[in-house]
Write a protein that binds this ligand. Structure first.
Ligand SMILES: [Zn+2]
Length: 239
């Protein structure tokens, strides 16, 4: 059983690396999430600026059309001004023209203000487009980095799997089955050393007879609490 324990310890060393690498394999793509959500937020920001710009341009067009119509009215009234018969009609019409002109100059000011607002919104759109390009570039680089790292992890995994396959035939099927069952339920850690008089996995204090059995190496001895297989770590054992 002593040599079986040694092989199981070597298997555990491989499985610990396999477990860690498989977890990396799962978690790495999640590192992209932050960069991807920054791109999505920036796209939304750009869209908001674009729609504001569109609204401003539309309202500017509307006001320009309105201005042209009103200027046409002024010209029409000015043409009619010389056809009126009485002074009273003449001054009434003149007052109407003045009032229209006053409205129009307000409208002109509004159109000018809209020009400024459109100008600013267009500049803002340019800035947001640049920011989006930066965020997209960052995401691209992140994706490349993660793909590179995943490829390296894949190679390491394949190598470890090969080492594992070479080791497995030397283990008794029952011991291997017990080991793998514990490995599965205990997050990739099935073999733990004695630490002083406690289990190296769950740190519970072990009964003296269990400790003696572990030292005997005659059988697979498991911790009563966490079910992990116990062994004596010759480097740290004190007895
Ligand atoms: Zn334990």
């Amino acid at each position: 059983m002593a040599d079986q324990l040694d092989i199981l310890k070597r298997l555990q060393a491989l499985d610990s690396q396999l477990f860690r690498l498989r977890r990396e394999q799962e978690e790495k793509p999640r590192q992209l999430e932050q960069a991807a959500s920054a791109v999505a937020a920036q796209e939304a920001q750009l869209k908001a600026v674009e729609s504001r710009l569109k609204t401003l341009q539309l309202s500017q067009k509307e006001k320009e059309v309105e201005l042209q119509t009103r200027e046409g009215q002024v010209r029409k009234l000015q043409g009619q001004l010389f056809q009126v018969k009485t002074n009273k009609e003449y001054s009434a019409m003149q007052r109407e023209i003045e009032s229209l002109k006053a409205d129009n100059s307000l409208l002109e000011e509004a159109v000018l203000r809209l020009f400024d607002a459109i100008d600013q919104a267009a500049q803002e759109r340019r800035r947001e487009q640049e920011r989006l390009a930066q965020q997209q570039e960052r995401l691209r680089l992140e994706r490349e980095r993660i793909e590179r790292e995943l490829a390296a992890v894949g190679e390491q995994l394949a190598q470890l799997e090969r080492s594992r396959e070479a080791l497995v035939p030397d283990i008794a099927p029952a011991a291997l089955a017990a080991y793998e069952r514990i490995l599965d339920i205990r997050d990739g850690l099935a073999m733990v050393p004695l630490v002083s008089e406690s289990c190296g996995g769950c740190h519970r204090r072990l009964p003296p007879q269990v400790i003696s059995q572990v030292y005997l190496k005659a059988d697979l001895v498991t911790c009563e609490t966490c079910n992990r297989i116990l062994y004596v770590d010759d480097a740290t054992a004190q007895r």
